[in-house]
Ligand binder design. Structure first.
Ligand code: NAP
Length: 282
């Protein structure tokens, strides 16, 4: 199959390209040759005649999106519209990667795939608009929501916490922001399985379970040899930032599980990640 991957230099796009390359023709695109904010640039994708487009590219800086909501819409929402129109012209399938941040975080139980979205920040809003555009324009679509990606080779929460601990900084981490940490490699494998299933629709692909930012930081420190390092729990209101995250945005995988596609518990995945990074102590 000829598979185009947008955002191929990013965390998920790069991993998907590596997984799919042995069996498919991969057409990887990213900035600067592809700029989602420029319709003309996106329409050139058609020339490469992909049969499927996996659309990972996005402006993922949530605080940047909060500072410039107009640009968030241009890139994440209308950029996705240009990609969807390219799929329409080609008769290609579209897999769009979305986020837990389409939900408002007021639930007390994990969100299912068809629960009502109600984004509370510009990044979440831009991705929610994009989801609706994909549903309107491309019948053969997959929408995959995920959360808190932890990937090798890039900036991530694990290294941020460990760096601060190593530098002897006082750690203060929020306790009332809760979601599912998701190992990038597990997500990429699940997406590949979904892609070959032909079961179009909306999916939640995250490592099973959920935890607060504080609980995740504690887990990382405890398993990387920093058991004695304290972390002060704070609430979101004590950590002012431009974007307001949903408090509880755990996602339940009820749709992909019916196809036999499940991801292991986040604790197992994080231990595997730490081991592969050479950071696991106990
Ligand atoms: N990371 C998470 O925790 C998370 C959670 C939920 C959902 N998601 C979604 O999952 C997908 C993949 O995330 P990721 O973490 O792999 O993202 P990433 O590492 O930030 O990669 C995104 C890629 O898109 C590119 N990009 C940015 N603006 C663009 C534009 N205007 N035109 C074309 N390309 C552009 C980026 O280039 P530059 O690096 O040069 O900007 C980057 O290569 C995204 O759609 C994201 O919204 C991510």
């Amino acid at each position: 199959m000829r598979i185009m991957i947008t955002g191929v230099k990013g965390r998920l796009g790069g991993r998907l390209a590596a997984l799919l390359a042995p069996h498919h023709t991969i057409l990887g695109v990213d900035l600067p040759e592809l700029d989602l904010a420029d319709p003309a640039s996106v329409s050139t994708l058609v020339e490469q005649a992909p049969e499927t487009i996996i659309h990972c590219a996005a402006w993922t800086d949530v605080d940047g999106c909060a500072r410039d909501p107009g640009h968030a819409l241009r890139v994440n929402a209308y950029g996705t519209k240009h990609v969807a129109l390219a799929c329409q012209r080609l008769g290609a399938a579209l897999l769009f990667v979305s986020t837990n941040e389409v939900f408002d975080g007021q639930s007390r139980v994990p969100y299912r795939e068809y629960d009502a979205a109600n984004p509370i920040n510009p990044y979440g809003y831009s991705k929610w608009v994009a989801e609706q555009i994909v549903r309107e324009l491309v019948p053969q679509h997959y929408i995959v929501r995920t959360s808190w990606l932890i990937a090798h080779g890039g900036h991530n929460f694990v290294h941020a916490i460990l760096n601060r601990a190593q530098q002897g900084e006082v750690l203060r981490v929020v306790i009332n922001e809760i979601a599912a940490p998701t190992y990038n490699d597990d997500l990429a494998e699940a997406i590949v399985r979904l892609l070959v299933s032909g079961h179009y629709g909306t999916y939640h692909l995250v490592n099973a379970g959920y935890v607060s930012r504080w609980g995740l930081a504690r887990f990382i420190l405890d398993h990387a040899g920093y058991t004695g390092v304290p972390i002060e729990p704070i609430v979101l209101a004590q950590y002012p930032r431009p974007s307001r995250p949903p408090e509880f945005s755990a996602l339940e995988n009820s749709a992909a599980a019916l196809l036999g596609i499940t991801l292991r518990p986040w604790q197992e995945a994080m231990l595997d990640f730490l081991a592969k990074e050479g950071l696991l102590v106990s």
